[in-house]
Design a protein around this ligand. Structure first.
Ligand code: NAD
Ligand code: TDX
Length: 352
């Protein structure tokens, strides 16, 4: 029987690579992985030799390339992970966020729609375009309440504004052209292979190196945390069972202040690699200038995906954060190549 083919975009990034590894481990899916290898893309996070994995270095906004890939591989689904994803970078340089998260995403949508238009039943009916988005599009919460799928969009950073724009285009493409879309809005992910600009891997690696642990503002901003494997499983469930045109919130029901997160990481690192002076790694915490426009709290109501699609997270925070810290300790080669910048030689065609 022919394998199912899925076009994954951004599959060399943190969540996309987890999804690619998960699909390949199932053995019954061919993955075409389109990623232009920005600083966030890393081929070290992917299997180097799997016959069901076709890696293509390229931009989702390269219409000719995307057209050719769709015609050649005829995927049953496209999952769009490709994006500029870091809020701090969006504050320093918003244009790249508009270029990728809005313009290139719309170019991708246009090519996918033209391809879908050429299909006939049953391939046309079964086709899906799943866009991976974030809870940040809903804005910021006070001490109470949670985001539901009907919460109005109120993005407040250049990153979340660009993701909100892409979500609107995804919905518009469904309503205007009939493209069978699915949309997911997920909370903060953590786990292995995350680039150390994000809170959790940054704090793990700084603690292990005995460096300062910079907490923005008072450290009391709240995020809901989900282990990356849970997110990828939720995406597969939405792809398989989600109703076309619908949006599904995904989250871990694990609200933590940033300070709690860092304290947890410190106590794990204390047990693995104690500081020479006998103090806890918490002594390395430093309160620094707040992020401009820093959203105070995110919390996600996941009733819809739980009750309608039967998904729920499998991983407990206490176990998964411990395993995440251990992963960074046990993978010095991945970490070292990221820290030295060597991993980027791949995209320059200099490495193997
Ligand atoms: P990431 O930054 O780790 O990876 C993004 C990947 O996309 C990289 O491999 C990069 O090379 C690639 N890419 C960027 N621009 C591209 C382009 N124009 N063409 C092709 N490839 C391109 O991001 P991530 O954390 O894995 O996030 C993946 C998706 O999930 C994003 O859409 C993000 O908005 C969303 N999301 C992330 C989180 C989180 O906590 N990390 C939470 C919810 C939603
Ligand atoms: O050094 C730091 N110190 C600090 O206090 C960093 C990098 C972050 N923080 C704070 C800011 C946030 O309140 O920690 C929290 C998490 O920060 P990030 O890891 O940058 O994530 P966030 O801004 O919440 O956005 C993330 O989750 C939602 C992802 O980057 C997005 O792609 C996703 O959509």
């Amino acid at each position: 029987m022919a394998l199912k083919t899925i076009l994954i975009t951004g599959g060399a990034g943190f969540i996309g690579s987890c999804h690619v590894r998960m699909l390949l481990s199932q053995g019954d899916v061919k993955v075409v992985n389109l990623d232009n290898l920005t600083y966030a893309g890393n081929l070290d996070s992917l299997p180097s030799n799997d016959k069901n994995h076709v890696f293509v270095q390229g931009d989702i906004g390269d219409s000719e390339l995307v057209r050719g890939l769709l015609a050649k591989h005829k995927p049953e689904a496209v999952i769009n992970f490709a994006a500029e994803s870091h809020v701090d970078r969006s504050i320093d340089g918003p244009i790249a966020f508009v270029e990728t998260n809005v313009l290139s995403t719309v170019r991708l949508l246009k090519e996918v729609t033209e391809h879908w238009d050429t299909l006939t039943a049953p391939a046309k009916d079964g086709f899906r375009f799943l866009h991976v988005s974030t809870d940040e599009v809903y804005g910021s919460l006070g001490e109470q309440g949670m985001f539901t799928e009907t919460t109005s969009y109120s993005p407040r950073s250049p990153y979340s504004a660009s993701k909100a724009a892409s979500d609107h285009f995804i919905n518009a493409w469904h309503h205007t052209y009939g493209l069978p879309i699915l949309l997911t809005n997920c909370s903060n992910n953590y786990g292995p292979y995350q680039f150390p600009e994000k809170l959790i891997p940054l704090m793990i690696l700084n603690a292990l190196d005995g460096k300062k642990l910079p907490l923005y503002g008072d450290g009391l901003n709240v995020r809901d945390w989900l282990f990356v494997q849970d997110h990828c499983e939720a995406i597969s469930v939405v792809l398989e069972k989600g109703i076309v045109g619908e949006c599904y919130n995904i989250g871990g029901n694990t609200e933590k202040t940033n300070r709690e997160i860092v304290q947890t990481i410190c106590s794990i690192v204390d047990s693995i690699s104690p500081l020479a002076n006998g103090q806890s790694h918490e002594s390395l915490i430093e309160f620094v200038k707040d992020r401009p426009g820093h959203d105070r709290r995110y919390a996600v109501d996941t009733t819809k995906i739980r009750t309608e699609l039967g998904w729920h997270p499998r991983f407990q925070f206490a176990d998964a954060i411990h395993d995440t810290v251990t992963w960074y300790v046990e993978n010095p080669q991945w970490v070292g190549r990221v820290q030295s910048g060597e991993y980027q030689q791949q995209r320059l065609g200099l490495g193997s």
